[in-house]
Write a protein that binds this ligand. Structure first.
Ligand SMILES: NC(=O)c1ccc[n+]([C@@H]2O[C@H](COP(=O)([O-])OP(=O)(O)OC[C@H]3O[C@@H](n4cnc5c(N)ncnc54)[C@H](OP(=O)(O)O)[C@@H]3O)[C@@H](O)[C@H]2O)c1
Ligand SMILES: C[C@@H]1O[C@H](OP(=O)(O)OP(=O)(O)OC[C@H]2O[C@@H](n3cnc4c(=O)[nH]c(N)nc43)[C@H](O)[C@@H]2O)[C@@H](O)[C@H](O)[C@@H]1O
Length: 323
């Protein structure tokens, strides 16, 4: 791909979008465009149409969405369904109308059935009922996958869908109500450690976590995902749907103990069983991406250390997404 190709990164300020922007700049791409949601509300069809008319991007990467953890998805089903359909449908439809040649859509591992066999293969899509806490977001993402598949089939355009597993890293959302588990744990353990130190105690304050701790999750460092997006941009894939992950998972309880050790928290962990566990497991089969020539590089322990370091350096400005 020519380094002066005009590439529009929708959601370029988000955790994923900003990582993709940094990765493309690092590889020498010089013609990147992005708009904040204040500059261009992607839910607004006329505004999106005008944007494509004016900017005429050659490539579009969709990293814009209403995103959140299990509680946000469960508490705001309408926003997670409707906003995500509006955003992606405007981007996909106006990319097609503007003859955009390459489109990369980002979905999520939650598109697969709640109790599908593990690890999850791409062909398990639509073979069973979804997890109820995020079925709204999942249905929106599934329609995005199918829209890109329809464009490949009917118009022969290189529109592909990447399904990342749970992501984390720099510029993540650290709001304790709307975030995902990993950034929430980093913040909770850190603030409980500091609270203990402020009291002059040798023991940290207790930390309250959600659910039972028994579900299993896979975590991919966001810079690895950005690397996978650039890989997909620079290579011609044979299919429309590819899982992107590490192929390794762990229990939420083990994750908590790993983050507790990294942060240096020494107090009690209390599990709030009134909060939902969600999907028991959603480990991705990543063999299609491996066969295509891409593998994740950053291990969980290293990724947590880098994310915690970033959190410490950005105490005043870390993002807290409200809905
Ligand atoms: N985080 C994860 O664990 C995870 C896992 C799998 C897949 N993904 C996917 O990765 C993508 C990005 O996720 P993320 O974690 O980077 O989320 P994020 O940090 O919340 O970023 C979302 C971005 O979308 C933009 N956006 C939201 N609503 C918009 C609107 N109406 N108009 C224009 N822009 C809008 C925001 O723009 P502003 O900042 O300008 O408001 C923000 O930059 C999403 O498609 C998500 O489904 C995320
Ligand atoms: C990738 C994302 O996965 C999401 O599902 P999902 O992994 O359960 O989303 P998370 O919010 O990351 O929760 C993962 C697991 O961690 C538990 N958990 C424990 N303590 C906490 C905490 O303090 N905060 C949070 N957030 N969780 C916590 C939570 O109950 C759940 O079993 C979907 O809802 C999204 O739509 C998206 O697909």
């Amino acid at each position: 791909m020519e380094k002066n190709t005009k590439i529009y990164i929708a959601g370029h300020r988000g955790m994923v979008g900003s990582a993709i922007w940094r990765a493309l700049e690092a590889k020498g791409y010089t013609n990147l465009i992005g708009k904040t949601s204040a500059e261009l509300d992607l839910k607004n069809q006329v505004a999106v149409s005008d944007f494509f008319e004016t900017e005429k991007p050659e490539v579009v990467i969709d990293a814009a969405a209403r995103v959140g953890g299990i509680l946000a998805n469960n508490d705001y089903p309408y926003q997670f369904l409707m906003e995500n359909m509006q955003i992606q449908n405007n981007l996909i439809d106006y990319s097609l109308k503007a003859d955009v040649q390459k489109f990369i859509f980002l979905g999520s591992s939650c598109i697969y059935p709640k109790l599908a066999p593990q690890p999850l293969k791409e062909e398990y899509l639509l073979t069973g009922p979804l997890e109820t806490t995020n079925e709204w977001y999942a249905i929106a993402k599934i329609t995005g996958v199918k829209a890109c598949e329809a464009i490949r089939k009917q118009f022969g355009k290189d529109y592909i869908s990447l399904m990342p597993t749970n992501l984390y890293g720099t510029y993540d959302n650290f709001d304790l109500n709307t975030s995902h588990v990993l950034p929430a744990m980093i913040r909770k353990f850190h603030e409980a450690k500091v609270a203990g130190e402020m009291k002059g105690s040798t023991c940290s304050e207790p930390v309250e976590l959600w659910g039972s701790g028994t579900p299993m999750r896979e975590f991919l460092f966001v810079e690895d995902l950005a690397d996978a997006v650039v890989f997909a941009l620079e290579n011609q894939f044979q299919d429309n749907l590819y899982n992107v992950g590490t192929g390794v998972d762990l229990t939420i309880k083990d994750l908590a103990e790993l983050i507790q050790k990294t942060v240096g928290h020494t107090g009690e962990i209390i599990w709030d069983s009134s909060k939902p566990d969600g999907t028991p497991r959603k480990l991705m089969d990543v063999s299609k991406m491996t066969d295509a020539g891409w593998k994740a590089k950053v291990g969980l322990e290293e990724g947590i250390k880098r994310t915690y370091q970033w959190f410490l350096e950005n105490q005043e400005t870390f993002k807290q997404v409200k809905i």
